[in-house]
Write a protein that binds this ligand. Structure first.
Ligand code: FAD
Length: 293
């Protein structure tokens, strides 16, 4: 089944994003946490691809293991950083041989210490080229691309960024998962502008539940997500209390998800960061998704 079927009419797609941990202990934690999250019946799980291809094998190993142990459809992320077309082809062949259903096709960020992204010789400059490549090499993959409710940091303006997103969709992407954001209105404006630009595929909001003030300041500085003043004030009020910050974050994300689903979003993609506690607490508080008893 193509991954986009998670968003068929009458369905609410739920997906979880994992990342490859550094060591065996992290891997054990990841699978223990995923075991807890499985009760919420995700439609699929994705696994990120480390900077510069550093996690190439681990990404595919984790995706294949999730598929094998939980019987869930999976998507492996892939970036163009430092990769030649033959590197990309080898990854895609490997993913297909392991039965992985989808690829989250990304350009990737410039390596640490480099200001701008540089393609390898014969490599790709933007994600739309990677999408086209995947479509021609392995038409059977589901293909997912990234979208930016507050525009990508490098884009000169919102409209230009949307035109680039449309190129990725026209190149064959099945749906879009958004960058994390904390103001639902940003997402709604993005979704409406996508529709006006002629983007007809599902646009799925990506949610990162905040679990600490320090973490969110770092992440939002990295990707440009704006934190609403009210949210920051509530978090800062809990500055000396990690549990208080966790509770505020979970409360905020629960309300955010409710607002998104009520406004007709086709599903929710959680950046679970390999931890189950925040996502599971949010999911328990929601009555919107089916779950195992
Ligand atoms: C859901 C999601 C998952 C992610 N997973 C990972 C991951 O696993 N590993 C990782 O390293 N990073 C990941 N990222 C981060 C991502 O790699 C960065 O945001 C990166 O800077 C841009 O990748 P992209 O695929 O959006 O690039 P692109 O779509 O290529 O866009 C990059 C910039 O170029 C512009 N642009 C796009 N196409 C064109 C074109 N044809 N001509 C001119 N300009 C163009 C865009 O407007 C934008 O400013 C993820 C992001 C999201 C939202």
């Amino acid at each position: 089944m193509p991954l986009v079927s998670a968003y068929s009419p009458g369905k609410l797609g739920l997906s979880f994003e994992l990342y490859p941990p550094r060591d065996t202990a992290g891997m054990d934690d990841l699978f223990a946490n995923l075991t807890e999250l499985i009760q919420f019946r995700p439609s699929f799980v994705t696994c990120t691809y480390g900077a510069g291809g550093s996690t190439r094998d681990k990404t595919l190993d984790i995706a294949a293991r999730v598929r094998r142990e939980f019987g869930l459809p999976v998507a492996a992320h892939l970036t163009c950083v430092g990769a030649t077309p033959s590197d990309l082809r080898a990854y895609l062949d490997d993913a297909a041989a392991r039965g992985i259903e989808g690829i989250v096709a990304l350009r990737g960020d410039p390596p640490k210490g480099e200001a701008a992204f540089r393609a390898t010789d014969g490599g790709f400059r933007h994600a739309d080229e990677l999408v086209r490549f995947i479509r021609s090499e392995h038409p059977g993959f589901s293909v997912v691309v990234a979208g930016y409710p507050e525009k990508h940091l490098e884009a000169p303006d919102f409209e230009t960024d949307l035109d680039h997103l449309k190129r990725k969709v026209d190149a064959g992407a099945d749906f879009v998962i958004s960058q994390l954001f904390y103001r639902n209105d940003d997402f709604f404006r993005f979704r409406d502008r996508c529709a006006a630009t002629g983007i007809r595929v599902p646009i799925v909001p990506g949610i990162l539940p905040v679990t600490s003030l320090k973490q969110i300041k770092r992440i939002s500085a990295m990707c440009g997500a704006t934190l609403p003043d009210e949210f920051l004030t509530r978090l800062e009020f809990q500055a000396g209390d990690p549990k208080g910050q966790f509770d505020v974050g979970v409360y905020f994300a629960t309300r955010q998800v409710e607002g998104l689903v009520e406004a007709g979003c086709p599903g929710i993609h959680f950046y679970v960061l390999n931890k189950s506690q925040a996502t599971a607490t949010i999911m328990r508080a929601l009555t919107l998704f089916p779950r195992d008893e």
